[in-house]
Design a protein around this ligand. Structure first.
Ligand SMILES: CCCCCCCCCCCC/C=C/CC(=O)SCCNC(=O)CCNC(=O)[C@H](O)C(C)(C)COP(=O)(O)OP(=O)(O)OC[C@H]1O[C@@H](n2cnc3c(N)ncnc32)[C@H](O)[C@@H]1OP(=O)(O)O
Length: 280
């Protein structure tokens, strides 16, 4: 059903209606010809860590789907064990100043695009989803997760603070009290815990099952007029989007200040080492 013709992402907007599938380096988009629902697959091995290129390609794919009036979008991963490991730490370690600036601005843009997209969006979380991975999942309207993985905003555990728009997204997803507990503890929920707290909506037995459940969720909107649907969604979400839009530069400067602090750089070095040592 989801065809797999390969094309460059640059041609996506022109060709989406004609071709079933497009692919750039790190993002594959396949569209179900019958339902008009797109599957957006992150495919940056090994852990879909969000570097500048993956972020930019995701943003392009989502904007192209918007322009082409797609009927729904399912975000998932090509990996069997990781949805996304969050922000690519290498983008923040000893950074090139121009690149790290673009990196953060692109992440802001991606979040605003995904959080405010008009089409129904579902995260099929087929692997671990910490930090930035959790942000992407929470920015969708519905979350379906496979068992035996973890999800959450674990920033405080890493000695850093989740930006205000990460916090707002979590508060909007699970409510103030649960978000406060989760954020202050830097808690990573298991699939079962995430279901209980409302961080995810359903558990699926396999990726195929997750896609089928996502299709079913999106199918519910077939009989709902798109414009009232979108306006209702944006009535709930636009305040937080506008807040970031207005404070983009301030948010960027705060990020740059933290990243360029020698203490953060030392922390990053130790964290990178610890990630490598976990394997040894
Ligand atoms: C202290 C660090 C935080 C950064 C501070 C910057 C300051 C700015 C402040 C403002 C920003 C705040 C927002 C932050 C949001 C984020 O998203 S930060 C990123 C947080 N992510 C994580 O903590 C996840 C770390 N990864 C894991 O826990 C595991 O890798 C996994 C559970 C996702 C998968 O485990 P497994 O399948 O066993 O794979 P690994 O062997 O661990 O990893 C394979 C390979 O990938 C490298 N890697 C993993 N995660 C990242 C990453 N996020 N960025 C870059 N690289 C990553 C890992 O080192 C391995 O590399 P090698 O094969 O050893 O080379």
């Amino acid at each position: 059903m989801y065809s797999r013709t390969m094309l460059k992402v640059r041609t996506l907007s022109n060709n989406l209606k004609m071709y079933g599938s497009t692919s750039s380096n790190f993002v594959n988009v396949s569209v179900n010809d019958k339902s008009g629902v797109a599957i957006v697959t992150m495919q940056r091995e090994p852990v879909n860590s969000l570097n500048l290129e993956l972020i930019t390609q995701l943003k392009t794919a989502l904007s192209d789907l918007e322009r082409n009036k797609c009927r729904g979008m399912i975000l998932t991963s090509a990996s069997k064990s990781v949805f996304s490991a969050g922000l690519d730490i290498m983008e923040m370690y000893k950074p090139n100043q121009e690149r790290v600036r673009n990196f953060w601005l692109s992440l802001q843009d991606l979040w605003m695009t995904l959080y405010g997209c008009s089409y129904p969006s579902v995260a099929a979380i087929n692997g671990h989803s910490p930090a930035g991975g959790c942000l992407l999942s929470m920015s969708c309207e519905y979350r379906i997760m496979l068992p035996n993985f973890t999800i959450g905003l674990n920033e405080t555990k890493l000695g850093i603070i989740a930006p205000s728009w990460f916090v707002a997204t979590m508060k909007n997803t699970i409510g103030f009290r649960k978000a406060e507990m989760a954020l202050t503890l830097g808690f990573l929920f298991t699939t079962e815990e995430a279901l209980k707290v409302g961080l995810i909506d359903e558990v699926a037995s396999s990726k195929e099952d997750a896609i089928a459940k996502a299709d079913k969720f999106i199918g519910q909107f077939a009989k709902i007029p798109p414009q009232p649907r979108t306006i209702s969604k944006l009535m709930l979400r636009s305040k937080d989007i506008e807040t970031l839009r207005k404070t983009k530069e301030q948010d960027l400067q705060a990020f740059l200040q933290v990243v360029n602090d020698p203490k953060t750089q030392k922390g990053l070095e130790l964290y990178l080492e610890s990630l490598k040592q976990r394997k040894a």
